[in-house]
Design a protein around this ligand. Structure first.
Ligand SMILES: [Zn+2]
Length: 155
C-alpha cells in the first residue's frame, strides 16, 4: 500500500512531510504548479444571485456575474465573479476576485524555512526528475564535491 497524502502529519518533520507530499502529487498537479493551468470555460458568464442560485455573496455583492473555468489537466475549478456595470453605450465586468476549488491532495502544507512558496520546491523536484531521466542525478553534496574536483584539475 502506498502512503497517501492524508497521512502527512505522521511524518516526523515538516520538511519530510512536504517531501513526501511532493513526491506523491500527481504529475498533472506538478505540471500545473510549474507551468500554470490550462483553463477552459466550464460555465460561461451568467448573472447569479445569492437567493436564487444559492451562492455566497462576493465582497458584499448579492447580485453579480459569475464564470467558471476548469483546468483540463488537474481539474481545479476557478470561479470568477464580477460586478456588472452598464452604461447606455457599454457594458463592463469589474472583477470581484476568484475563488478556487482544489482537487483532493493538491494543496501542500509545511514549507521548510527559506522557501518562499511551494512552486520553488515543485520546480526543484521536476528539475531533479529531469536530471535523473538524463542520467545526471547525484545527491547535492556529491555534485558539489565533483564540481570542486573538476575545478581543481582544470587549474
Ligand atoms: Zn491545472
Amino acid at each position: 500500500m502506498s502512503p497517501s497524502p492524508r497521512k502527512l502529519s505522521s511524518v516526523d518533520s515538516p520538511e519530510g512531510a512536504l517531501r513526501i507530499g511532493l513526491e506523491h502529487l500527481e504529475e498533472a498537479y506538478l505540471e500545473c504548479r510549474d507551468m500554470r493551468h490550462r483553463w477552459y470555460v466550464s460555465s460561461d458568464y451568467r448573472r447569479v444571485t445569492t437567493e436564487r442560485d444559492n451562492v455566497r455573496p462576493r465582497l458584499g455583492h448579492h447580485d453579480y456575474v459569475e464564470r467558471r473555468t476548469t483546468c483540463e489537466r488537474c481539474g481545479i475549478e476557478r470561479v470568477e465573479a464580477f460586478v456588472l456595470v452598464r452604461d447606455r453605450n457599454w457594458t463592463a465586468l469589474r472583477s470581484l476576485g476568484n475563488v478556487y476549488h482544489y482537487p483532493d491532495g493538491y494543496l501542500l502544507k509545511g514549507l521548510p524555512a527559506g522557501i518562499g512558496n511551494a512552486s520553488e520546491l515543485i520546480r526543484g523536484l521536476r528539475f531533479e526528475r529531469a536530471e535523473t531521466e538524463r542520467g545526471e542525478a547525484a545527491a547535492p553534496a556529491t555534485r558539489k564535491r565533483a564540481a570542486r574536483k573538476t575545478a581543481r584539475s582544470s587549474a
